[in-house]
Design a protein around this ligand. Structure first.
Ligand code: SF4
Length: 277
């Protein structure tokens, strides 16, 4: 597909939105809002140079987009992206502003689209990425940091705009309350990750946030799925869970069990909290 065809196809899909399995069917082009909470115009709530992401992608210029089709009960971002919008202008104007910033401050190793969930605004993401690549042909790689809960057909539209992925794989099918109860979560996300890994074998990172009480039911089988289905992907097991509303954090025993699993795998390209172990 040409860029024009991709833009046209995505604009049409927004008229009865089915970009993710929620299949809301709302007409976002007319201002209707689905489960993700975003309409037709670009909605960015934050962008900044991030030095705390995985070693292999920092410094990463992260662009936080509003909206997400999942409703994870402990997500700390949901409250933040409802509050603020940065003025971006058109994709080309935003790409120009980013290039200007990079040239005067620092060239990042990667630009990282993140959310919320960036695929809810995939047309803006792709158009801006294309513009960035035209302006900076030798510039940063562009990563999509995504929950993976989107229509797999979108992956085929990303060539030439997206260079790599940071996925989250949060839980197994029995524990979908972690992601707000979407029962197809594991099937959808693992299909998307498998397909992305076949298209981008060198540039896949899979994050797994260890959840309290979910090491044996989620962390262990998630890691097993990853090493058997996408062995080239780098795993980042994250132990920094905090539920700010309830004031809880990952218990030390869960952290120790999860770290033991990673050490037992013994793979040099995996990470703990973003750092090689
Ligand atoms: S992208 Fe948003 S509006 Fe579209 S189907 Fe998903 S949740 Fe619904």
């Amino acid at each position: 597909m040409t860029r024009e065809e991709i833009c046209r196809a995505l604009a049409e899909r927004l008229q009865a939105c089915d970009l993710c399995p929620n299949n809301c069917g709302v007409d976002r082009s007319q201002g209707q809002i689905g489960a993700c909470g975003v309409g037709d115009s670009p909605a960015v709530y934050q962008n900044f140079m991030h030095y705390g992401e995985e070693r292999v992608i920092i410094p990463a210029f992260v662009i936080n987009l509003c909206g997400c089709g999942l409703a994870c009960p402990t997500c700390p971002e949901r409250l933040r992206f409802g509050q603020k919008r940065l003025p971006t202008g058109s994709p080309d104007a935003y790409a120009a502003a980013l290039c200007n910033y990079f040239e005067h401050r620092q060239m990042p190793k990667t630009v990282e689209w993140i959310g919320g969930e960036p695929t809810a605004q995939i047309k803006f993401v792709l158009e801006t990425s294309w513009c960035l690549k035209e302006r900076l042909p030798e510039g940063p790689l562009i990563y999509l940091n995504t929950n993976g809960y989107f229509d797999i057909a979108l992956l085929d539209m990303m060539a030439g705009a997206i260079d790599g992925f940071v996925f989250d794989l949060k839980c197994m099918p029995a524990c979908t309350s972690i992601v707000g109860g979407n029962h197809d979560y594991f099937d959808v996300v693992t299909r998307v990750i498998s397909r992305a890994a076949s298209l981008y074998p060198e540039h896949i990172i899979i994050r797994h946030l260890v959840m309290p009480g979910h090491v044996s039911c989620c962390t262990a089988p998630v890691l097993e799925w990853c090493i058997s289905h996408v062995p080239g992907a780098s795993l980042n097991v994250m132990t920094g869970f905090q539920d700010f509303e309830r004031g809880t954090a990952l218990p030390e025993a869960d952290r120790a069990s999860a770290l033991a699993l990673v050490h037992r795998l013994g793979r040099s390209h995996d990470m703990i909290d973003g750092m090689p172990f």
